[in-house]
Design a protein around this ligand. Structure first.
Ligand code: PSV
Ligand code: MN
Length: 422
């Protein structure tokens, strides 16, 4: 069984001092890395500085269009969502903020929600408008042919700017479900201009410190065309809006086979990478646990991010966007955060000098093997140590399971209705 630092091959024996065994395993691991020329304390420092925002909606019930399977103990309101998120942060040490979605997280008094978050050691992160669940949005929101509907959509965006201001957030994170289902249904360019008009009004209302993140997605819910289908369309809109409009990359929003790490590099180079919605997919926008299906892609994305880390002017918002349909939600979130810690740790181990040399010499295989060496390193001891240094848990899932939190929530959250997409 792996020990708490995740080092495999060390068997727990009766009467053994597990802690010092863990420590010995960790020290061996560190000296191996140092022999490879890795600045281990530098890597650990950067791991401790990693920040990952979790989404309020990932703690509520969700499902497919076929069925929602409710889970016991699911939060009934935004306040309880923050309690679950605080548990994720307590155990991982790197997820102190939560993204909110309006109206799913609409409350009477945002100062109260902010204070509740603060009392849990948490903060409110990106504010996500919802322009896809009202009857009026059948033909779109900010692209809708009807000016009254566009007014309603813009007013909602302005409301979200106000909410962000009230909760002390500096991000409004926008995804549009706008698109058409049939060829001929509407004018592409007119729709774009309608969108630009509404977003310009929103952008103008944002205070100086606030950024607008613009998220693209190639299809769904529209099936013929989507108004912001890809990073190019999103980038074009951001350029038209201004310096504080940046593109958000959701890992589940591309066609099969698209090279997401290349998109990340291009947006970094343009100075317009605003943030991520991390998740994983097999087929469509599956919103599965980060790194569960394609951990190598995640590592390659982090490789690009680490390369550019020092040059990026604005902070990149690292956020998770997942829906947990059958998996326990808090555990799924913890595992997602851990997988992000591991992807980052592996990317930090890439031997940049060796990579540069191989690239200069045109040694294709040597360059590729540098990446594999980093990717194949078992970084679990490093991540466990970083979490422990942050006062979190070296082994978060086991700690969560033995904490009794899930059982307590199931016992206590009986009355009322559970939170979901509605
Ligand atoms: C759309 O699929 C999306 O990725 C957007 O970020 C939404 O805000 C979120 O999912 C809702 O679950
Ligand atoms: Mn998303």
């Amino acid at each position: 069984m792996p020990n708490v630092y995740g080092v495999p091959g060390i068997v727990e024996r009766e009467g053994m001092d597990l802690e010092s065994d863990d420590m010995r395993a960790y020290e061996t691991f560190v000296s191996d890395l140092e022999a490879r020329g890795v600045d281990v304390s530098g890597v650990e420092r950067r791991l401790r500085g990693q920040k990952i925002e979790t989404p309020s909606w990932g703690y509520g019930n969700s499902g497919t269009r076929f069925k929602v399977f409710p889970q016991p103990g699911v939060p009934r309101d935004p306040f309880e969502k923050f309690e679950d998120a605080a548990e994720v942060h307590r155990l991982t040490g790197v997820s102190p903020t939560v993204a909110i979605h309006i109206p799913w997280d609409r409350v009477e008094d945002y100062a109260e929600l902010k204070e509740h978050a603060r009392s849990l050691g948490m903060g409110i992160g990106a504010v996500n408008p919802n322009l896809f669940q009202d009857e009026e949005y059948k033909l779109g929101s900010v692209c809708n042919p009807d000016a009254n509907v566009r007014r309603k959509a813009t007013d909602h965006l302005l409301e979200c700017v106000e909410v962000a201001r009230e909760v002390g957030s500096d991000i409004v994170s926008l995804w549009l479900a706008d698109g058409t289902n049939y060829p001929g249904q509407d004018f592409f360019i007119e729709r774009r201009n309608r969108m630009l008009e509404c977003l310009s009004e929103t952008y103008a209302a944002m205070p100086e410190h606030m950024r607008l993140l613009v998220e693209y997605k190639f299809y769904e819910p529209a099936f013929y065309h989507t108004d912001l289908a890809d990073w190019g369309a999103a980038l074009g809109v951001c350029r038209r809006l201004g310096e504080r409009a940046h593109v958000l990359v959701d890992l589940g929003h591309h066609a099969q086979g698209v090279n997401v790490e290349h998109i990340v590099a291009l947006l970094l180079d343009e100075g317009r990478l605003g943030g991520f919605h991390f998740n994983n997919r097999k087929y469509g926008d599956d919103d599965l646990i980060v790194g569960s299906v394609n951990p190598f892609e995640l590592f390659l994305i982090y490789a690009e991010l680490v390369e550019a880390e020092e040059e990026t002017e604005h902070p990149i918002a690292y956020m998770i966007d997942q829906s947990h349909n059958i998996e326990p939600k808090i555990e799924a979130m913890i595992l997602s955060v851990m997988n992000l810690q591991e992807a980052y740790a592996k990317a930090l181990l890439i031997d940049r000098d060796a990579l540069r040399k191989a690239r200069r010499e045109g040694d294709v295989l040597a360059a590729h093997r540098v990446m594999l060496d980093a990717y194949n390193t078992d970084v679990r001891p490093l991540c466990a140590k970083a979490r422990e240094d942050l006062g979190a848990s070296p082994d978060p899932i086991s700690s969560f399971r033995s904490s009794g939190y899930a059982e307590k929530a199931s016992r206590e959250r009986l009355e009322g209705s559970q939170a979901g997409w509605g």
